[in-house]
Design a protein around this ligand. Structure first.
Ligand SMILES: Nc1ncnc2c1ncn2[C@@H]1O[C@H](COP(=O)(O)OP(=O)(O)OP(=O)(O)O)[C@@H](O)[C@H]1O
Ligand SMILES: [Mg+2]
Length: 225
């Protein structure tokens, strides 16, 4: 089982959108997925409620989790044969970020390319590095063109963070999908947002599972989670 934490000390940069989107992408890839909502705002839980009430199913499993219980619930998921746990973290709350980073196999930090976002992203990158993990930054809400994207790419690399090889653009499909508890790739499967999601999922899955892809055996039991 692998753990992907989606964190940023900045609000509104697309954490929950990417967490839910990647959770569905992993399910579409045949994995059993649990999404833990560590945010008191409970946006991921709200999305899952919408998903259920609009008839789009009970999966991925979404649970609101108190960060003090995170190690316990992670172990319960491992015992249940879960393939992937995704942690959706709140902005600002450092204790929750610390817990999530410590538990994670991969830490994904979404950021916009604007100056204040880059500043907050840098702080989040340092927090991850202090805990001896390698942060991966993904640019979100990207405009179609503009010099700030190239500047942001350079800034991210200069921090020693890994830059995800896909940019998520500002696209209505991401927010429209959420009205019914869907994700962009479900809302508009042949759209550009869906293509970006696929690239980001393929990248994260390769990073998370590459050891197994190179021969580690994996006992896979898909009991109910
Ligand atoms: N790439 C995108 N293009 C357009 N809208 C987006 C995109 N990503 C997210 N959004 C929208 O932006 C808003 C904020 O996104 P989201 O809730 O995922 O951010 P967050 O980082 O989780 O926020 P918070 O810090 O409050 O938890 C939502 O309304 C979402 O639908
Ligand atoms: Mg959120």
């Amino acid at each position: 089982m692998k753990i992907l934490a989606v964190i940023s000390q900045k609000g509104g940069v697309g954490k929950t959108t990417l967490a839910t989107t990647l959770a569905v992408a992993a399910e579409q890839d045949g994995k059993s997925v649990a999404l833990f909502d560590l945010d008191p705002q409970a946006s991921a839980c709200f999305w899952a409620d919408r998903r259920k009430s609009s008839g789009h199913g009970e999966t991925p499993v979404v649970r609101d989790v108190n960060y003090n219980r995170l190690p316990h619930v992670i172990e319960a998921m491992r015992a249940a044969g879960c393939d992937l746990v995704i942690l959706d973290c709140p902005p600002v709350h450092r204790d929750i970020a610390n817990e999530a980073i410590s538990a994670a196999d991969m830490v994904l930090i979404p950021t916009r390319a604007e100056a204040l976002d880059i500043r907050a992203m840098s702080q989040t990158v340092r927090l991850v590095q202090q805990l001896s993990k390698t942060p991966t930054v993904v640019l979100t809400f990207c405009p179609p063109t503009g010099p700030e994207i190239e500047q942001a790419r350079d800034g991210i690399k200069s921090l020693g963070a890994t830059l995800a090889p896909v940019e998520v653009h500002l696209r209505k499909a991401f927010s429209r999908a959420q009205q019914d508890g869907l994700t962009a790739q479900e809302y508009e499967p042949s759209g550009k947002a869906a293509q970006e999601v696929k690239k980001l999922y393929d990248y994260t899955a390769t990073a998370l599972y590459r050891k197994e892809a190179h021969g580690e055996t994996k006992a896979k039991s898909r009991r109910s989670i």
